[in-house]
Write a protein that binds this ligand. Structure first.
Ligand code: ASP
Length: 331
């Protein structure tokens, strides 16, 4: 059987603010998403594994300051950065994850090393950094994760005395700056005040194996030590050749309580739902029951792709081998 190899990615979901959106900002998001898709598509076209394709995609998204992962990560309540990431191989059901890392440049690479070189599935904080150091991974000074846009979001969140979902913060900052007639923060197409900026990727390779990866800085002004769904296998990331590969973005606490990523796979396995039925049920029915906002991307081993979200927009895209990548922001 010829498999329709495909990579899909997301860069967060949220509320659209077309009105205050600068066209060049929108174009920049599309361009970044497309560049990431092209790179991951090449991995698949060259016969690389789904696992390699999602690692590559998320690593590039972590390096891009537009998204809340790696370089563009949001600030904690202490003015620091704590990063979470996870990855899963649908061929073997092997998984790796790290949470609360502060100096590892690419948390997704650390998660991948946990998957490959450790008997454990998840390391946190100092233990995760010690493991990454042993593995010879790239470390950066914490200042690497400082971006002015995220810093302003954090200041606003502090003023409001509440934790904000990262793009919610960006939106507020954008609005304030707009009124102050400043240029520094690009106006995002998705209201940063009502957006989740986690990144993720799912893929199926030429051999019909699936994989998923997710990475995040969490939510703006989060308490030290807070961990969301992104690094939790089953909540923010899941992959099984027999069903699907899933990566989520949204209000992490709700995705954890719904075990959202695994629920998509479980509905396919236990009630015979199609990929589309299962993903839509989780995003449109189950998560809203507890006020869960956000979306997910998923593929199955046949190359079907779904990208549902219950917010007004989600940065997303997919690319089939040999075809032009598709990117989208709005519904
Ligand atoms: N799910 C992430 C978290 O709760 C946030 C996001 O998707 O942006 O940490």
């Amino acid at each position: 059987m010829t498999i329709n190899a495909v990579i899909a990615i997301h860069g967060g979901a949220g509320t659209i603010v077309r009105a205050s959106m600068a066209p060049d900002a929108e174009a920049r998001y599309h361009a970044e998403l497309r560049a990431v898709l092209v790179a991951a598509q090449r991995v698949l076209a060259d016969g690389g594994s789904a696992l390699d394709a999602v690692t590559q995609a998320v690593r590039l998204l972590e390096d891009c300051p537009l998204f809340n992962a790696g370089h563009g990560a949001v600030f904690t309540s202490a003015g620091t950065h704590e990063l979470d990431a996870s990855i899963m191989d649908g061929r073997t059901l092997e998984a790796g994850a790290v949470s609360c890392v502060k100096r590892v440049r690419n948390p997704i690479v650390a998660a991948r090393h946990v998957l490959e070189y450790s008997e454990h599935v998840m390391f946190t904080a100092e233990g995760a950094e010690a493991f990454a150091q042993e593995q010879g991974l790239e470390f950066v000074d914490p200042s690497y994760f400082h971006t002015d846009a995220r810093y302003r979001q954090w200041q606003l969140a502090r003023e409001q005395q509440r934790a904000m979902l990262d793009h919610d913060g960006a939106s507020l900052a954008a609005q304030q700056e707009a009124s102050a007639n400043e240029e520094a923060l690009p106006h995002e197409p998705i209201d940063p005040n009502k957006k989740f900026g986690t990144v993720g990727a799912v893929a199926v390779d030429l051999y019909g194996h699936v994989a998923a990866a997710t990475s995040t800085g969490g939510i703006t002004n989060k308490q030290i030590g807070r961990v969301g769904d992104a690094p939790l296998i089953g909540a923010g990331c899941y992959a099984d050749n027999a069903t699907c590969a899933v990566s989520t973005t949204g209000s992490g606490e709700m995705f954890m309580r719904m075990v959202a990523a695994y629920d998509v796979a479980a509905q396919m396995a236990y009630r015979g739902a199609s990929l589309e039925e299962a993903a839509n049920d989780v995003v449109m029915n189950r998560l809203p029951r507890i006020d869960g906002r956000g979306g997910l991307i998923a593929v199955d081993a046949h190359g079907n792709v779904v990208l549902p979200f219950n917010t007004e927009g989600m940065y997303r895209g997919y690319a089939r081998v040999g075809e032009v990548p598709v990117t989208a922001i709005y519904r």
